[in-house]
Structures are given as C-alpha cells and as structure tokens.
Design a protein around this ligand. Sequence first.
Ligand code: GLC
Length: 737
Amino acid sequence: MGKAREINATQDKQTIETRVRALLERMSLEEKVGQLNQVQATGPNVVEDLAPAIRAGRVGSVINVVDPEAVKALQYIAINESEQGIPLLICRDVIHGYKTVAPLPIGQAASWNPDLVRDCARIAAEEASADGINWTFAPMIDIARDPRWGRIAESLGEDPYLTGVLGAAMVDGFQNSANGGADTLVACAKHFAGYGASEAGRDYNTTNIPENELRNVYLPPFHAALKAGVETFMTSFSDIDGIPATASDFLLDQVLRREWSFDGAVVSDWDAIHQLVIHGLCENDIEASYLAAQAGVEIDMISSAYERHLPELVEQGRLSMDRIDTLVGNVLRVKIRAGLMDRDVMALPEEPARMKGLNLVREAAQQSLVLLKNERATLPLDVETLKRVAVVGPLAHEPAEQLGTWVFDGDAERSVTPLMALESMLAGQVEVEHVRALETTRSKDRSGFEPAMHAAQAADAVLLFLGEEAILSGEAHCRADISLPGVQAELVRHLRAAGKPVIGVLMAGRPLALGSIIDQFDALIYAWHPGTMAGPAIVDVLFGRASPSGKLPVSFPVMSGQVPIYYAHKQTGRPASPETVIHIDDIPSGATQTSLGMTTFHLDAGYKPLFPFGFGLSYTHFDYSDLTLDKAQILMGERVRAEVTLQNSGDRSGTEIVQLYIRDRFGSVTRPVRELKGFQRVSLEPGESQRIAFELSTDDLAFYRRDGSFGAEVGDFDLWIGPSSTDGLHASFRINA
Ligand code: GLC
C-alpha cells in the first residue's frame, strides 16, 4: 500500500498542511514533477500505455479516460504499485451533463435559477463519478459579449453578477454532495482570464483588456467561484495585454494568490505551456516551463514540458525546490481536500437513476426557453382547436444536435426530440406532418421548400425548428455572420405565404442576428441547445403545460456588425437617444457631415439590441407597482432596502424573474449605464400579488476605482426593479460620506 494512505485522514487545515509537508518530504524530485504532469488517455490500451509512467510516479492526472474499468486499473497502479501511492486526478470536460445532457450553459443561464443550475451540475457529477471521473473542467465563467465567438455557448452570458451567481452554483453542485464525496467532482473555474474578449470573436485570438475593465467585468465571476470553494482554475489560451495567461504572474500570482489567497491548483489549458513558444513569448519549452512555473501554473495539461524540463531547471538553480514544493503542495492539497487520499477511489459510486436525470434536465430545458415574440397570443397552442400542425426544419428531429457542443459523453439515444415529443404527446389529438425541408441548417438546396409549403397549407399552424447545428458553436467554431445559416430565412419567408401562424423554435449555441427575419414569425421561442429532453420541454411550453419564464443572459444584436453589444455599456460622451439617431434609409437629401445625429450609433442598426439582456415574455402578464426605498441616503457600510409589488395581472400562472439594476451616475472611472445587482424568481397565480424586497449594501456597489482600490464611492445612484435591463420602475438614492 502506498505511503500516502498511511497518514490518517482528518480534514482540518492544519492537518492537511501537515499531510502535505509529510508527503513532500518523502517525494523525489521526479515524483514531485510527476504530480504536475497531466497525460491524456488515447488508444485502446490506456492502462498498458500509462502503467509504467504511473508506476514510476511520473503522472499526477489523466485526462479523457472514461472507461470505469480502466480508471480502476490506473488508480490501482498509482496507489499500490508506485512508491508514494498518491491517487490520480481523473479529468474530463463534463460541461453541461455527462450521459444525460442539460441545456448548454448559456441556456441554463437563461433560467436565472441557481438551484436548478446547481442540480444540473450535481446530476452530472453523479453520472461522471460513476465512471471514475473526479475532476471536471467546469464551470466556464468567461464573460462573453461577442456572439461571433463560438464559446459563448458554454458561457453563462454577458453579465458578471449573473455569471458569478450561477458559476458559484455550478461549483457547489460539482464539488458538494450529501453523501461523503465519492460522487463529487473537483470543479475548475475557466478560462482565467478574459478569454471571452478574444478579438473579433475569433477563438484563441488576442485580448486587450485594460486592468480596470478586467477587474470590474472579467474577474468578478472567478472571485465568486473562489468564494464558492472552487479547487482549481484553468489558464486561458489567450494573451492579455501581451502576456499569455499561462505565463501571467499578474493573473496567477498577484491576483489569484496574493490578493485572493487561492490555495488550490491551476492547470494550463490543452498544451498551453508549449503554446507560449508559438505565441512568441519564449524560444523553447524549457523557457516556457520556467515562465509557467514561475507565474504559477501547477499542472501541465498534456504538453509534457514540465516533465521534460522542470528537473533540469531545478538542477540549474533557475527554479528552487521551494518553488516546486509550493506547486506540488497545491496539487496534493486539492487531492486531500477532495478526499482522494482517504476513500477507496476504486470503489466507484452507483450511477444515479436515469429518470432522475431526465426529469431534471427536462425542467432545466423548460426554464431555459425564452419566449421572444408572441403576436396576438399565438402561443400557447390549444390541442382542443388545433387539428393539424406542420413540423418543418432541419432541427425538429436531431437527437445529437439538440445536445449542443461539449457533450463528449452525451448519450443521444436518450434524446427525445421535438418531433418525437409532438408525435407522442399529441397522439390521437393533433395530426403532425413532418417535412425536414433542409438537410442541414447550412443547406442551400431549396428543393424541400415546396413539400414544406404543402404541409403548411394543410395545417393550422407551422412549427419551424431552425437555427444552428452544434458544430457551429463551441471551441474554435466562430462565425463572422451570425444570421441564420444557409437559406433558412428564405424558407421562413416562403412558408409565411401559406397564411398560417408561423412559430419559430430556434436552437443555437449563440444569439443569432435575427433583425432581418424577426417580422416573419408570429411567435418565437429561443431554445439554445436544450439537451436530452429538448422535445418534451419545448412541447410543454408550446402547448401551455409550462409557462415560459426564461430571460436572456446575453443581448441579441440586430445584425452581426453591431457586436459587441451589451446592456452594461458605458455612457460615452455622446450617448445615443431616439432623438439623435437617424436610419440610413431616412437620411434626407443634402444631409451634411454634421447634420446627422452626432452620437454613438450605427446608421444601419441604431444603438439598441434586437432583444436586450434580461428580456423574456410570459404567457401571462406581470405588473410592477409601488417601488419604495427605505432610505434616500445611506452612509458607507449601510444598506438600502428596495421593495416593489409584483402582480400577475394575466389569466395564467407564471414565473417572473424580477431584476434589480443600479447605475452609479458619477465615478472616478466611467461606470456602466446599468448593472445587475440582484434577481428573484417569483411564481404567481392569476391575480396574485407579492411584495418583493431587495437589500443593497455599499459593498454591493463597490468597484475598482481610478486609483486601483476597491470600494464604493459617494454619490448619486439610480435604481430600477423590473422585467429586463431596459424596463422597470425607477428610484434613486445617494451614498453620503
Ligand atoms: C480545450 C478547452 C478547455 C478544455 C480543455 C480540455 O482546448 O479550451 O476548455 O477544458 O481543452 O479538454
């Protein structure tokens, strides 16, 4: 039995540090470097291939092994056949589900439901740990404000507060369980930091984020994840202000260790240490290893640079053994705190009941749906009056596509597609005619248009399942033109001529630019990629068995050229307004350089998104009234309480996500025109009212100021409570010195 297990386990901090030191004292330099080395499992003979290195103590973690028997064999070798007997971290991208797939994270974010997001992470952890995985590379909490960037799909949207709340919930869901930890996953806050600002929305591209913007926008969700106890961080591929994150001592040492006191482990992204050479930051892997180790990267994901070069850097005296011990100690601490050293990691937990996962992801999918348009109450459809429905489009029956990106282990056989759900849930009540019309969303073959038209003409309503396949978003899958791909827009216009209600259900991994097509829909549901139970969730909402409650976690542009566009923008010195904006089609003859609106807008797109952050319709109607503040002025350290009455004035039950925004009117740096500072999900029956309260402290109003310090400032504030980032009741208050 390896020596690691001889140390009795208690988990208080002092004991953990004693255990870490005791292990380090026993370990050779090669064994220490081994803990920093992450290798990938490839090919059919994983155990045979990796056994010698693991036996020699040269491997600390293995990525992408998902066969439970192979995992058990690898752990057995690590624990019983190596000198130190330290268990392996077995890592995998379990991003939004394992075999049972929840909506994309951007879709989960549309639920604005931390408890649901936590539960989705929990079930993913239960399923993945049953296969021996004990570390996931999630949550991805990069702020994403450019929908051209394919990885917006795995983000939680554009807002630091919402991303922080939901990212923390994911950490909790992954890392904590009621039964002792065998069914937990070590979580990983990624990608640290600023990856979402990749220039032009092109993945892996340069980012240029001024420190004040970095600290006020991109870092807060990572701090929230740290406060939630996240055990690992992952460095971003991108360079930020000329320094790749994987070599950034500002990010990894100054911020993460010195300011935030993080004591877990940092893993590089895939081969990112070697990529420091490709970035042109250094000439070879030994220098890359030196820069990454000095900056504070503990684990080298599959580049083997650390394994090949850290020993010689120590022998050359360029890296001290103390530095190595600090890095290795952080890894050992994670393994101890995760319980790997104290439980039998070869005794894998039972897989959870499949229905438990299916029911949960169905609820998650329902709550992820955002009703963007519903003219003349086209929805919900009524099975009593609807006799025949035409189901058209390339995404009505795609079990794998509806899962979205980052679903290595998603079991598409578990998928229930919209077509399957319509046919089963409407059987005997409504006739369903399915016409695919397009082979894929990118297809330019119009030969399916006529069969689709015939189905539309024979039906009482047309359900159009359009959007993007999963391959069009996710890592490295960015689009410069984010309108509907192929000839989908033409198909919508063509079917409109049938004169029947046209209901769009769009699946995509990003906000699409719908400005030129939105008027063709009578109703529109945005479904993102809703996961395994897309079908039942969508049909539940289409037919009113569930009321849509989703709200946008990201702004929708009118057209591609408008991005980046987001609600928490700065005022600028020349803010646009309806009075100052002129449309390119309305420019009068003889207009001069200065006769058009001299403010910040596009002549052909204006200055507003098509749909704003926080927007989402319901089947009922909610009225806000009687906004009150308990104080008009507060001192530093005090709190202000805002209350509002919400009434369901419609005839259906529904859930409203009540949102609280503030604006710091004047600051030592320019401040956003609105910032989300709170939200509550409120379910009300028809006619029911409820008094909703929010409390704000001056700590909630703190930001990084001109001098780099963090805190609130004296001055006037606007406050809104309402249904989105552009509506709501207004009040104001002041912080006094
Ligand atoms: C990928 C991604 C990262 C992922 C890692 C391991 O390139 O950037 O998010 O966790 O490699 O698959």
